[in-house]
Design a protein around this ligand. Structure first.
Ligand SMILES: C[S@@+](CC[C@H](N)C(=O)[O-])C[C@H]1O[C@@H](n2cnc3c(N)ncnc32)[C@H](O)[C@@H]1O
Length: 256
């Protein structure tokens, strides 16, 4: 007989505010025998601290076991696609090794995903690849979370879409390469270099937010060409002070 599968709960924990963790996520946290967390280095200690805070607040009784493993740095050279593929393959091996070593068949492992696990998060892809290799039987369950995209809209008190229009979600890298064709509202995540700077000639509004849901939250809204410099200055000052930044923004043509 083949051994019982290992259960893996991928739990969306929201964008940073412990009050934005769902009831389902809280229940899921309590079912976990071992948490798995890639170690992302010192810069993001604040994020590790927020994760610890969420666990301490919502897990009653015995403290759960935490298994950390190194998170390989993404190669800076070569094509973007090739570098990401190699990085994923390496992470896949490290995840598989940690799960096999730390979790017994039949036990439940937990992976906390920032925001919602289905949006710009590679955990589900990595787990699916491990499972499909067939060496390690996994039963994967996903608990949705509040995404930073939703919190951005809530903080600015705006709907993400305009009436009957679409919402395009993309990355800073893609936005720097070109403005999406026929897009109305464009949400930009994972932008390390203020890609909105490439589109100042367009008459756009921007709704920007950084460290949403945390005590350091920053918000700016306005006509892009009027507020772009302020956002860049705020962003680089905050990044210098804290050592890391997480920001997200929505762009759309100004209403006539
Ligand atoms: C790897 S993606 C993960 C997104 C996440 N799964 C979600 O649903 O929000 C990281 C990006 O999400 C955005 N992000 C996540 N949390 C945020 C927060 N608290 N404040 C601002 N942006 C955030 C940023 O654009 C960041 O670069």
């Amino acid at each position: 007989v083949s051994p019982a599968p290992r259960h893996i709960l991928v739990i969306g924990i929201g964008p940073g505010d412990p009050e934005l963790v769902t009831v389902q996520a809280i229940r899921a946290l309590q079912r976990v025998d071992v948490f798995f967390a890639p170690d992302k280095g010192e810069d993001k200690d604040d994020l590790a601290e927020l994760r610890r805070e969420i666990c301490a607040r919502y897990i009653e009784g015995r403290p759960p076991r935490l298994a950390t493993f190194p998170d390989p740095p993404r190669a800076a050279d070569g094509s973007y696609r090739a570098a990401v593929d190699a990085w994923h393959a390496e992470r896949e091996t490290l995840y598989a090794r940690a799960i096999a070593a730390e979790l017994e068949p039949g036990q439940t492992g937990g992976i906390l995903a920032w925001g919602d696990p289905t949006l710009y998060d590679s955990t589900l892809r990595i787990l699916e690849r491990i499972h499909s290799r067939g060496e390690l039987a996994l039963e994967i369950e996903v608990i949705p979370g509040v995404s930073s995209l939703q919190l951005l809209a809530a903080r600015h008190r705006i709907p993400l879409n305009r009436i009957g229009e679409s919402v395009h979600v993309t990355t800073g890298r893609k936005l720097a390469a070109g403005y999406p064709v026929d897009a109305d509202s464009v949400v930009v995540m994972l932008d390390g270099s203020c890609a909105f700077r490439h589109h100042l000639e367009r008459d756009l509004d921007i709704y920007w937010g950084a460290y949403l849901g945390t005590k350091d939250e920053l918000l700016v809204a306005g006509r892009l060409r009027d507020v772009a410099a302020r956002i860049e200055a705020l962003r680089s000052e905050a990044r210098r002070r804290k050592g890391w930044i997480m920001d997200i923004y929505l762009l759309r043509p100004r209403a006539q």
